[in-house]
Design a protein around this ligand. Structure first.
Ligand SMILES: [Fe+2]
Length: 290
């Protein structure tokens, strides 16, 4: 996930001006590779029938089932041939302009550290498992690959237009926490869900969250949760449609229209929403009560 703005205006020691660092694959310990393998095995078993076809295909064609933390050079070779994307390592979160510039140029920035064995289920900063297992399979899909590059270009424009908060919600509710309606049923494709054991189940099966048909303007007005499961998920019809809307929308007048309006809270269902599931919000309420 990438949602913070940073005060540092220069790359950290040891990093290039574009903030990239060598992945230094040889430095991973056997324990770190084992953590990847544990997380991989758990998700690979859970995701068939839950993750979107495009995601599962990406996992397969990129040969991510090979044991151990993937070598970014090897991964980038495969990805480059498929969609022109590469995976580059960064030490942690990077400034927004750097993040968007990489993305617009088809470089996906990935954290090169892996979580500790006692953090299998939760960590705040995106590690190599979230970034590579969660995000990279979708980059093997040509349409999604174009969508993410278009998002990067849109990010650079949003910075100029003072609408970063609005645009980042589009990223959050698609790239990180998106659902898609497929012929066989609802499927997950957001990286924050596919890389999480508990949310992979919650997002599809739990009666608590709302599941609402994707609407670009509505999404960009909606708050999100960074500390727990989402209270609302947005469902796209297809990646083609998501890409088409993103490249065809004139964002500047849309930002003008929504910038002065109050945000829509995380649990709200509006009269104009196309509701797929109206959530009970039981999970979020029981947490508050507890
Ligand atoms: Fe992410």
């Amino acid at each position: 996930m990438q949602s913070q703005t940073h005060v540092l205006d220069h790359s950290p020691k040891g990093a290039a001006p574009d903030w990239t660092v060598p992945q230094d694959w040889a430095h991973y310990t056997p324990e770190e590779h084992a953590t990847w393998d544990t997380l991989f095995a758990r998700q690979a078993k859970l995701l068939p029938g839950r993750a979107s076809e495009a995601y599962l295909r990406g996992l397969d064609v990129l040969k991510l089932s090979k044991p151990g933390i993937p070598d970014f050079a090897e991964l980038s070779d495969r990805l480059m041939k498929l969609t022109g994307w590469q995976v580059v390592a960064v030490p942690g979160l990077v400034p927004d302009d750097v993040f968007f510039d990489h993305m617009a140029n088809r470089r996906f920035v990935a954290g090169n550290f892996i979580r500790r064995p006692d953090q299998l289920d939760y960590l705040e900063e995106p590690d190599v498992f979230h970034d590579v297992f969660g995000h990279v399979p979708m980059l093997a899909d040509p349409v999604f690959a174009d969508y993410l590059a278009a998002y990067g270009r849109g990010g650079l424009r949003a910075l100029d237009l003072g609408a970063l908060k609005q645009l980042s919600r589009l990223y959050w509710y698609t790239v990180e926490f998106g659902l898609i309606q497929e012929p066989e049923g609802l499927r997950i494709y957001g990286s924050g869900i596919v890389s999480s054991f508990s949310e992979s189940k919650f997002a599809l099966d739990d009666p608590s969250p709302n599941r609402i048909a994707f609407d670009m303007k509505r999404v960009m007005q909606t708050d999100y949760r960074i500390d727990d499961f989402q209270q609302t998920y947005f469902v796209i019809d297809s990646f083609d449609d998501l890409l088409r809307q993103t490249v065809e929308t004139d964002f500047a007048p849309l930002y003008d229209e929504i910038l002065g309006k109050p945000d829509i809270t995380v649990e709200t269902v509006l009269p104009g929403d196309t509701v797929i599931t109206r959530g009970t919000q039981y999970y979020a309420r029981s947490k508050l009560a507890g």
